[in-house]
Design a protein around this ligand. Structure first.
Ligand SMILES: NC(=O)c1ccc[n+]([C@@H]2O[C@H](COP(=O)([O-])OP(=O)(O)OC[C@H]3O[C@@H](n4cnc5c(N)ncnc54)[C@H](OP(=O)(O)O)[C@@H]3O)[C@@H](O)[C@H]2O)c1
Length: 278
């Protein structure tokens, strides 16, 4: 039985993936920050007779300390982790900071996705065909890393923060694959494009209604978005790093995947963390 850890594994794409993996006989470790998502996942698993293979952890992954504690617990509990799926995300229209003083989008979309793969590397490396599947905005050209203001203290915008995260995640994939090339762990960057989840929720009216209508008209449903993820988890590409926009491969020769910039980001992120977390 495979063990798949899914951040944001309670709702949206991650929640849909968790439900289908449970139905297929895998063990799912789902992480979310709210009780409601975990409760509904549990209730559904109980109805379908799969609850014995589901573990739910309620953890705010925007916190470095809680991410480190969660990873410790998972390492103690699971000798082998076959797949780590990074889905946790929240769009923030206004700037807010975590208790540790990081801008929230940066903390969840960049720092957490930097830390967790490193912290779960040992149980991943024990699997037969381990894979990290990072759901992000790869293949887009919008956004940039604001090196002199990573926390966006001076010019915050929800889109700006999200797109900075997208560019950073491309680089996180590059640096993980380069640093752990011999580990056997494949790193897959995957952009699901437009999927009808709770995308309208963070916005006020009338934007909320508009996003809802656009999603109904143009976005894929979660049940349509999940099968390609199941395929990638079952049979990950052989290369240490690959990137896709839905089924279309993204050229890793593009400047978004520059190796030196990836090293720079790794150095900067390591410097932000307290103690030798990585
Ligand atoms: N939907 C799209 O069109 C789209 C397009 C491109 C990329 N993506 C990427 O795909 C991923 C999933 O998107 P989605 O639309 O499925 O998202 P979603 O429906 O909003 O679900 C997000 C998940 O993350 C969890 N989460 C949020 N904040 C958290 C925190 N601080 N700590 C722990 N868990 C947290 C949520 O659970 P709680 O609320 O309980 O915390 C939920 O399970 C995201 O990373 C997004 O960037 C999505």
């Amino acid at each position: 039985m495979r063990t798949v850890v899914i951040t944001g594994g309670t709702r949206g794409i991650g929640g849909g993936l968790a439900r289908q993996l449970l139905d297929r006989g895998d063990r799912v470790v789902a992480i979310g920050s709210g009780a409601a998502g975990g409760a509904s996942l549990r209730a559904e698993a109980a109805r379908r007779g799969t609850a014995d293979r589901l573990a739910f952890h309620r953890v705010d992954l925007g916190s470095v300390a809680r991410t480190v504690a969660l990873a410790e617990e998972l390492r103690a509990r699971y000798e082998v982790v076959d797949a780590l799926v990074l889905c946790a995300g929240r769009y923030r229209t206004g700037r807010a900071e975590t208790v540790e003083g990081f801008e929230q989008t940066f903390a969840l979309y960049v720092l957490n996705r930097f830390l967790l793969p490193e912290l779960l590397r040992e149980p991943l490396a024990r699997a037969d065909r381990p894979v990290i599947l990072n759901l992000c905005g790869t293949g887009g050209r919008a956004g940039r890393i604001n090196w002199d203001d990573l926390q966006l203290r001076h010019r915050y915008g929800g889109f700006r923060a999200t797109m900075q995260g997208a560019r950073a995640n491309d680089l996180l994939g590059v640096s993980f694959a380069a640093r752990h090339a011999g580990s056997g762990i494949r790193y897959v960057l995957y952009n699901p494009l437009f999927v009808d989840t709770g995308l309208s929720e963070p916005f006020r009216q009338p934007t909320r209604a508009l996003v809802r209508v656009l999603a109904r008209l143009f976005a894929a449903r979660v049940d349509q978005a999940v099968p390609p993820l199941l395929d990638l988890l079952a049979d990950p590409p052989d290369r240490p790093l690959s990137a896709f926009r839905r089924s279309t491969p993204v050229d890793l020769g593009r400047r978004e995947f520059d190796a030196e910039t990836a090293v720079r980001l790794h150095r900067v992120l390591t410097g932000l963390l307290p103690g030798p977390a990585v």
